[in-house]
Ligand binder design. Structure first.
Ligand SMILES: *[C@@H]1O[C@H](CO)[C@@H](O)[C@H](O)[C@H]1NC(C)=O
Ligand SMILES: *[C@@H]1O[C@H](CO)[C@@H](O)[C@H](O)[C@H]1NC(C)=O
Length: 182
């Protein structure tokens, strides 16, 4: 009996220990992406729309609870009319009661360029918009980016105080399964 138990334990240990290796092998491809994110709440054709708020949001010094749905264009250059790379679709919300500019980001980056067309990256993280460079985790992906893991460095390129429109430079580094570009 003891021998059988030992064999079963060995078998389980063996399988548990090789499992992460198999997953890791599938996520070896690294891709770096560089593009500009345009968050355009202003004007007659906004790409970001406030969809929710709490009763305290309007009196909160940080706008706590304000929640915005976005379908923001991602472009190759800082000009919004430069080549479309994809769209950032999802939500952001003011998540701190005390510190201004602390935003929860929950979004999918949906790629539409020739190279990554139809593939997505799932981003969930904290974005302190007043920091010069913010880091956000990439927690998954689909298509070419299946099993994606990585991070984004984001830096405000321009911000218009009147309209609230912002252009943000994004550098994305991800490891994933499938074919990728360096
Ligand atoms: C991306 O895929 C869609 C749907 O298959 C297609 O209509 C579109 O032309 C493709 N875009 C590029 C840039 O390849
Ligand atoms: C993105 O990477 C480029 C090239 O390394 C660098 O010049 C730029 O400052 C980076 N931007 C961010 C937001 O990390």
């Amino acid at each position: 009996m003891l021998a059988i138990a030992k064999v079963i334990t060995l078998f389980l240990t063996f399988h548990l220990s090789i499992l992460p290796v198999i997953l890791a092998d599938g996520t070896k491809t690294q891709t770096n992406l560089h593009f500009y994110f345009h968050d355009l709440p202003g004007g007659s054709n906004p790409t970001a729309i406030r969809v929710a708020a709490a009763s305290v949001t309007s009196t909160s010094p940080t706008g706590f609870g304000a929640t915005v749905m976005m379908d923001d264009p991602l472009t190759a250059g800082p000009d919004v009319s430069s080549a479309l790379v994809g769209r950032a679709q999802g939500l952001y919300a003011l998540a701190s009661r005390d510190e201004g500019g602390h935003v929860l980001m929950a979004m999918n980056l949906v790629f539409m360029d020739q190279e990554n067309n139809g593939s997505t990256l799932a981003v969930l993280g904290r974005n302190n918009v007043f920091d010069p460079i913010r880091e956000m985790p990439v927690i998954g992906g689909s298509g070419k980016f299946r099993y994606a893991r990585g991070y984004i460095h984001a830096k405000t390129y321009t911000f218009d105080q009147t309209t609230g429109n912002a252009v943000v430079e994004y550098n994305v580094t991800v490891f994933h399964q499938g074919q990728g570009s360096a």
